[in-house]
Design a protein around this ligand. Sequence first.
Ligand SMILES: Cc1ncc(COP(=O)(O)O)c(C=O)c1O
Length: 408
Amino acid sequence: MIKINENYQKLQASYLFSNIAKRVNAFQQANPDKSLIKLGIGDVTRALPDACVKAFHLAVDEMAQDTTFRGYGPEQGYDFLREAIAKNDFQARGARVEADEVFVSDGAKCDSGNFQEIFSTDIIVAIPDPVYPVYVDTNVMAGRSGAWNAEQGRYEGLVYLDGNRDNGFIPDLPDRPVDLIYLCFPNNPAGSTATREQLKQWVDYARANKSLILFDAAYEAFVQDETLPRSIYEVEGAREVAIEFRSFSKTAGFTGTRCAYTVVPKECMAYTEAGEPVSVHALWNRRHTTKFNSVSYPVQRAAEAVYSAEGQAQVKELVGYYLNNAKYIREKMEALGYDCIGGVNSPYIWIDSKCDSWEFFDRLLNEAAVVCTPGAGFGKCGEGYIRISAFNSFDKVVEAMERIGCIL
Ligand SMILES: Cc1ncc(COP(=O)(O)O)c(C=O)c1O
């Protein structure tokens, strides 16, 4: 008899996006002539930078000739991309990352979901709340949680790191020892950013407790404040205790093109039952080369073009465009009397809805025909907030804020 992984039975159905879709469909059926403005999901709307498109085309042409054709590439990514990443994203900012510590992949979703596989199932995992739901669900699937506690609205056995108004959605250190720590800055959904000093506390904690930090920096490109770190490796000691996930999705519009990478410094260690250190780099290399067969050559060439002078200017413009939307949304919501976090150094604006998050969602949908995301979908601490995303055209953002202004 084929048996299932029972841990999947513990998973709570992700009602968030299906519930949103259901409500949006019902609204559209009842109001066929009202145009909806979607500021809900975190998907980009603008085209790939021209430099990437050109490099993409050229690489496809290479694939069309026997003499320049490429088959399987190195599983970890081509050297040209790994070197460009190490040099431009880290060394140029004074952070030591070597090209062979960069593992190119087809998404930070897969990497942040898969990385836990190389660790024991009996470790204690600490996860922020609210946060990108992948970290919780993949640990539940792996059997690192107990059952769902409906009363608490949380899984047993996981350590939740609460974000709230008091800590500005930068969670405090856990009150007990934990082994694996997920951090996400700029935060999805709260848009909060951590300072060097705040990250240093986490790094020091991890060093003291022999724990490991999985740092998701998918939104680092939106950090404009030069005093804020864009990488955890800008913090002293991080190379011993932190892995970093990055993505070209939000930086350069690659959500449909798919390219990301994970940095695994050679100093990072995890431990055997007997307490012997084992290189995390070696473990991840083994896992990655066994289960992954590299990102397509044209996509890696397109990603490399992000680092050309032309690419850098275009990416800057793209990120600046969304940040301008974010600033506009935040200013308008604040003028309407709502407390906001994010929208600065982040494409997400996290708004205290002063009521139940689904109630506020319904109001914006039914009265303004604007779609946002209810904060409760990102964890218990998201209740009472909504997330508005800056990923849309400026015209649509202006119209959405006009409509919202008329109903609030
Ligand atoms: C925090 C965070 N990490 C990772 C991802 C996924 O990135 P990718 O498109 O590279 O899979 C997202 C996407 O929304 C995200 O919000």
